[in-house]
Design a protein around this ligand. Structure first.
Ligand code: ATP
Ligand code: MG
Length: 350
């Protein structure tokens, strides 16, 4: 597949998840994005197949690079400029308030300030920050600063993987920043994005277009598959198949409901708690919840989650501003949630 809808130069977004590597190729013209190509390399493509605690990110770097090359080859992707993400569970971010200073003075003050918040020695991380708002009035205005830290070793690792895959890495970005770009657009209302992947669930609060809070909850699709396997005494592959086929359908013959529902209830509870804490602390009302990640494709997942949370919940559509070829209509919903991070990466200006 290679559509090249607009005939302009395209860029790759590469999301190395624990369950699969997702690559998307977008081109841009006059403020619109066109979907040129996409591809996925799943853990099941790895020799030996999916196992208990297997994860793409636990593979040796050269195998990950090989997996990326496989996707490029199989999907006939020709673009080489890429933006890749660093997973939420290996990064640190927070929003802090600082006195109103000039950009230069702030730049000088940040490393000292960061020391109070970043749980890793500063010489082992790459620090990034940006002003996202001005608060406080009168004589003492303050600025809100989004502060992010990525372990230096991780950035080196990703640079090597991309180089070995034959790609030009144009930028490395936090997973949550990519999700914000793909799903929020110009919407300024307080929104929660819940990304339910293989290893973990990340809960992200975005307000006025910027990330305000993120929380990583260490339960995802893998744990759910494992629970199904244990309680029905079947192997991981069979459990994975049942999970995707039966999901949370409320029918008598659904033999996996009981096994998984408590884990999914906990995800919903964690989301609810994070939202309520934020609302109380900041005095704002969250207007909607957007779900993305492979897990949300589970039959009846959206309805079940909505019931547990008791709020407006939607499937996030990373392709809301993307033009795609005819014939993809049926697949686009699942693509838009699974490739949400990758889409946001490919939309980044470099
Ligand atoms: N149709 C489906 N029904 C149920 N579960 C599904 C479906 N499709 C994918 N999943 C599950 O979603 C999970 C993978 O999601 P995703 O691709 O978002 O993960 P990832 O990005 O690789 O992981 P992470 O973000 O945690 O590193 C797997 O556990 C998989 O079983
Ligand atoms: Mg993911």
């Amino acid at each position: 597949m290679a559509f090249n809808l607009f005939g302009s130069k395209s860029k790759l977004g590469i999301d190395i998840g624990t369950a699969s590597i997702k690559i998307i190729e977008l081109e841009k013209r006059e403020g619109r994005f066109g979907l040129d190509n996409y591809g996925l390399f799943a853990l099941s493509n790895v020799k030996g197949g999916p196992q208990g605690d297997q994860s793409i990110l636990k593979l040796p770097d050269d195998e990950i690079a090989w997996g990326i090359k496989e996707v490029l080859k199989k999907s006939k992707i020709s673009a080489r400029d890429a933006v890749a993400s660093i997973p939420s569970f290996s990064t640190f971010s927070t929003v802090i308030e600082m006195p109103y200073l000039s950009e230069q003075d702030l730049a000088k003050a940040m490393p000292f300030e960061a020391r109070k918040y970043v749980p890793i020695p500063l010489d082992e991380v790459v620090l990034d920050w940006s002003i996202i708002g001005v608060t406080g009035q009168g004589a003492r205005p303050t600025v809100e600063v989004f502060l992010a830290a990525v372990p230096r070793s991780e950035t080196v690792r990703y640079q090597n993987i991309m180089k070995n895959a034959g790609l030009n890495l144009k930028a490395l970005e936090l997973e949550n920043s990519a999700l914000t770009r793909a799903l929020i657009g110009n919407d300024l209302s307080p929104t929660v994005i819940v990304n339910i992947g293989g290893r973990s669930t990340s809960i992200l609060i975005v307000n006025k277009g910027y990330e305000r809070l993120s929380h990583n909850y260490e339960v995802g699709g893998f744990e759910i598959t494992k629970t199904i396997a244990q309680s029905l005494n079947v192997n991981i592959e069979k459990a994975e198949e049942l999970k995707k086929k039966m999901g949370l359908q409320q029918v008598d013959e659904n033999i996996i409901n009981d096994a998984m529902s408590s884990l999914i209830d906990m995800m919903a509870f964690e989301t609810k708690k994070t939202i309520e804490n934020y609302e109380t602390e900041k005095g704002v009302q969250i207007s909607r919840i957007l779900l993305v990640g492979g897990m949300v494709n589970m039959p009846n997942f959206l309805r079940y989650f909505k019931e547990k949370i008791g709020r407006e919940v939607f499937i996030g559509n990373a392709f809301a501003r993307v033009v795609y070829p005819k014939g993809l209509e049926n697949a686009i919903g699942e693509l838009a949630s699974t490739f949400a991070v990758a889409a946001g990466l490919a939309m980044r200006e470099v």
